[in-house]
Design a protein around this ligand. Structure first.
Ligand code: BG6
Length: 458
């Protein structure tokens, strides 16, 4: 049920981006720990050092008055080699974090896997490329449900399956950039989607009153012009980038037209009768999606603008906008209306409740050590998106929650700490750990007041 009274006001994070301590207490290496980061960019060894600051960080969450905290569990803290016996110290760490959140009336919303694949599974059988990963993941998910399911009731499966398939740093593959749109990538994604199904099924079996959903990197795609061929390219782009994975999660099958086009290109995975049974074996309780901005597509010809290699397939090419052409992420075009369009598309296609699990604004932000970051641009961005949430609810969309990415400054994709999304400033740079002191930014207080006003109003 959605109502304004029980709306989840949250902030988001993921294990490898905040925890640090990547070798502590028996943790095994993940793909993200092993990736080669560019010189001068922070790696996973310290990150925001949540592993040693979690008590203080949860106090900050409590003062922010959020109802929910989205976190992920690091697979290799629980199973250092991906399978085998569990690591007590890792389990204990999450026990403490989850208990402290609950003691502060904060609901833990837990992503089972957010990009960090056990490295041992890459060396053993090429990770998601092998069907063995499906079993390894089921074993891991089962452990989480059995151990934490008495306290964690809202689960997210695998963060952004399409991004996992796309990014070698996440999936641990050694494919070259120009070779991403291959059958192997879609096979990896196929295994991820089978693994996701098993997790949904296990959650329903093992977690009393548990709710679980997929997390999509939903891409709202506009046609570059009203030319019919561009309109069709936008439909195809959206179908691959967004509905390919979600249709499997919600309908138990790939979108037919797109599947047949990709089959002609020898990219689509084979769906065996056994796979079909797994695909139809369980369905999610809600859809979670992450939204930052929208993109444009045009009929495939010589690509223009900034083209992501995988996304630039013979079916369509993606234009991220003129500012994106320079790869200057700070100039990313905000499109709050696009978030409403995305929610509408999702709800009208699937008729399931929605949760926005990531929405946020990145900037460089280097304050003098004793001053608060005046992040007015972030506040402007967030307030426009929150207004859309309110409109969606008014118009009857069962929106269960909104989570800001992110709670605190954390490791960002390829840019480490030079790109900050947090409501809380973490005093470190990519090359200097300083004192890791936490200082709420202006947006922290603004969000706290939003939550307070919202609750007072309804
Ligand atoms: C989301 C991911 O897609 O984008 C997060 O789930 C990530 O993990 C966020 O941090 C922002 O991306 P980036 O590359 O700017 O950090």
């Amino acid at each position: 049920m959605t109502s304004k009274e029980n709306f989840r006001w949250g902030v988001s994070s993921s294990a490898f981006q905040i925890e640090g301590a990547n070798k502590a207490d028996g943790k095994g290496p993940s793909t993200l720990d092993k990736r080669k980061v560019r010189a001068g960019i922070a790696d996973t060894s310290v990150a925001a050092d949540f592993y040693h600051h979690w008590r203080e960080d949860i106090q900050l969450l409590a003062s922010l008055k959020v109802t929910s905290f989205r976190m992920s569990i690091s697979w290799t803290r629980i199973f250092p080699t991906g399978t085998g016996s569990s690591n007590k110290a890792g389990v204990q760490f999450y026990d403490q974090v989850i208990d402290a959140l609950l003691a502060n009336n904060i609901e833990p919303v837990v992503t089972i896997n957010h990009f960090d694949m056990p490295y041992a599974l890459i060396t053993q059988f090429n990770g998601w490329l092998s069907r063995k990963s499906v079993n390894a993941f089921a074993n891991y998910a089962k452990f989480l449900f059995q151990h934490f399911g008495d306290r964690v009731k809202t689960w997210l499966t695998i963060n952004e399956p399409l991004m996992v398939m796309y990014n070698p740093a996440f999936n641990g593959s050694h494919y070259q950039d120009d070779n991403r749109s291959t059958k192997a990538n879609f096979l990896m994604l196929h295994h991820i989607l089978l693994a996701e199904k098993n997790a949904i099924k296990l959650c329903h079996q093992l977690v009393v009153n548990g709710k679980i959903g997929p997390v999509s990197s939903f891409q709202n795609v506009y046609p570059a012009s009203s030319h019919p061929e561009d309109v069709e390219a936008a439909m195809t782009a959206e179908s691959i980038l967004s509905y390919w994975a979600l249709d499997v999660a919600v309908k138990g099958k790939y979108p037919e037209i797109t599947y047949n086009r990709l089959r002609k290109l020898k990219l689509a995975p084979q769906v065996s009768p056994a796979d079909q049974i797994i695909f139809q074996s369980a369905f999610p309780d809600f859809i979670a999606f992450n939204y930052y901005s929208s993109i444009r597509a045009e009929k495939y010809h010589t690509p223009t603008g900034f083209v992501i290699p995988f996304f630039d397939s013979p079916l369509f090419s993606i234009d991220m906008g003129p500012q994106r052409a320079t790869k200057k992420w700070t100039a990313m075009e905000a499109d709050p209306v696009g978030m409403g369009i995305a929610a509408r598309k999702l709800y009208e296609r699937y008729h399931l409740p929605l949760i926005i699990t990531e929405n946020g604004y990145a900037d460089t932000e280097v304050p003098s050590t004793d001053s608060i970051v005046q992040d007015d641009k972030r506040i402007e961005y967030l307030s426009k998106h929150i207004a859309i949430c309110e409109q969606l609810i008014e118009e009857g969309v069962p929106l269960w929650g909104y989570f800001i990415w992110s709670f605190m400054d954390s490791l960002s994709g390829r840019e480490g700490f030079s790109k900050r999304y947090g409501l809380v400033y973490v005093n470190r740079t990519d090359t200097d750990l300083r004192d890791l002191k936490r200082t709420p930014k202006k947006s922290f207080y603004w969000y706290r007041d939003q939550i307070r006003d919202w609750r007072a109003k309804y």
